[in-house]
Design a protein around this ligand. Sequence first.
Ligand code: ME8
Length: 654
Amino acid sequence: MSNETFYLTTPIYYVNATPHLGHAYTTILADTMARFQKLRLGPEQVYFLTGTDEHGDKIVQAAAQGGESPQAYADRISGIFQETWKRLGLAPNQFIRTTSEPHKRAVQRFLQQIYDAGDIYFGEYGGHYCFGCERFYTEKELQDGQCPDHQTVPAFIKEQNYFFRMGKYQEWLIDHIHRHPDFIRPERFRNEVLSFLKEPLEDLCISRPSARLTWGIPLPFDDRYVTYVWFDALINYISALGWPDGDAFRLFWPAAQHLIAKDILKPHAIYWPTMLKAAGLPPYRHLNVHGYWKVEEAKMSKSRGSVVRPLDLADKYGVDAFRYFVLREMTFGLDAGFSEDALVARLNADLANDLGNLYSRVLKLIQRYYDGRITYTPGDEGLADAAHAAVADVTAAMERFAFSEALSTIWNLVSSTNKYLVTNEPWKRDPGDPRTKAVLFTAAETLRMIATLLLPFLPQTADRMLRGLGVTEPTTPLRFETACPSPSRIEAQEWRVQEAQSLFPRIQTTAAKPLLRKPPLTPALSPTISSPPREGEDAGEGGEYAEQITIEEFRRVDLRVAEVIEAAAIPGSKKLVKLRVRLKDEERTVVAGLKVHYPPESWPGKRIILAANLKPASLMGITSQGMVLAAEDEAGRIVLLTPEAPIDSGSKVR
Ligand code: ME8
């Protein structure tokens, strides 16, 4: 039994709106990660927390609109979140609500501790106050000096309030981030925080007079005030574990990781660690930050755009297909566009075709040839070895929250298994030939590994696959060590596979009626959440990619695989290298600006991707007949694009 623990939290969602794709995404990621870690470390070593954020002006306003009391309203919407997660098969260890008594007590204790330490003081606050929104706006948040929601000029009011000495911890925080390079990840968000910390950090106003806002937790040292937003919400991460005395706190806090989208980076990367420091508590281990789902180019939740309802998609396509799509489609840390067409395309290609066909093909053959029984047959261990290697690769990707990469590793294994069958054609073979048995055993064994690896990502499908493959207790906690034994440990086993059933029905694309149309949106999906960001939140940035082009425009570029025959430096040039390349029967000269990264001697024999129909250009007096493709990251590191497996030169890239 491992001593290692794992604690993962999602943001607690405001109850001023019902769950949409963005909320579902973060919670699905956390659920997947928790399931993965439970497989790795054992279920009791892992804790997954989510919940709802229920205090503040916005909730009071939303409740008033429907003629409800804030508590009744919060109960109802929080209930919808809990029900939605249940229907999506998400299984947190705890669903915390900020209106619960233990949470309120923990917040008061936390405030008192910092107040006693002298880091909360009473002072005056002047700001732009919108009476419509009942909140202060910073200069930056105003649009042409007006409230973005009401288009009125806010009043400048001064008010006495309590402040947290956040500025006092600025140097400590900068130092901590430098000493723990993956404290905030991916790196772009760490850089964003460090650049923000170059300016002096202001103290944080943490209260509102109860005369104006009663829907909050009273300050323990002055009941004329309630605490405001972040000094309530962030503390959920420790109140849920029973801080200060809970065993769960002792066990899990040292392994804490938070998962958020970039909208609430600042409160999590700056307010929260400094608050913890002031309270004498160690900071969390990692802050993991993902991008936005965008619909029609706008961030879904806060724009006046559209909202995608997760249950509509899960009901229409199945929980696992929806889950697969969001996990696979978004690169962690970057934004992604949501489209129902893309979901259907992935479902058909990856799930119905690649995985579903492989599974039913193997099961059907084992049924037909061996009446469903198959025993260890030596011969083809290469594929099973690749499956064991995939466990290590998936684990490494998951350590970095690279969900899409982890799935792509698993799909490489699916493709290899499909190729293995096509190469060996067991359907054309004599069932009595030991070689046929070896092929089918190897395929079934690899499928079992694939299903085990898929348990965190596609829980229902993987469970069905394992049962179908004759793993008799797939629902008891499986651990990777026992579920993916090394080939030498499986020799004694016999598997009894079940009748093959289709894992994923193909969606007929002509018949698929999109839930989300462009424009207008169907009413079921179109309710908007158009709240301006709260203090400490960012409105988010625009898209990061070049303008969109049509597929026809893209097809005008003739991309080809080319083989490098020879390479030479170009006298007088630091960057350029002259290449002689072959495209099927044709030879060309190409000049590439990659000498620093790829010196001439490293080129011969390489297969590269060439933009082959570019107009010839003259560089240092040499005519270049095409352009070599390479990728460059934000740090300026350059890598060459090459085909993933050997393929003839001249092959077209599409
Ligand atoms: O900010 N794409 O709550 P919130 C991806 N109560 N994720 C999205 C998203 C989108 N378009 N829109 C929302 C709050 N999210 C506070 C948090 S924590 C102590 C307090 C997800 O209801 C994402 O996880 O506005 C984002 O960080 C969160 O919902 C914001 O939820």
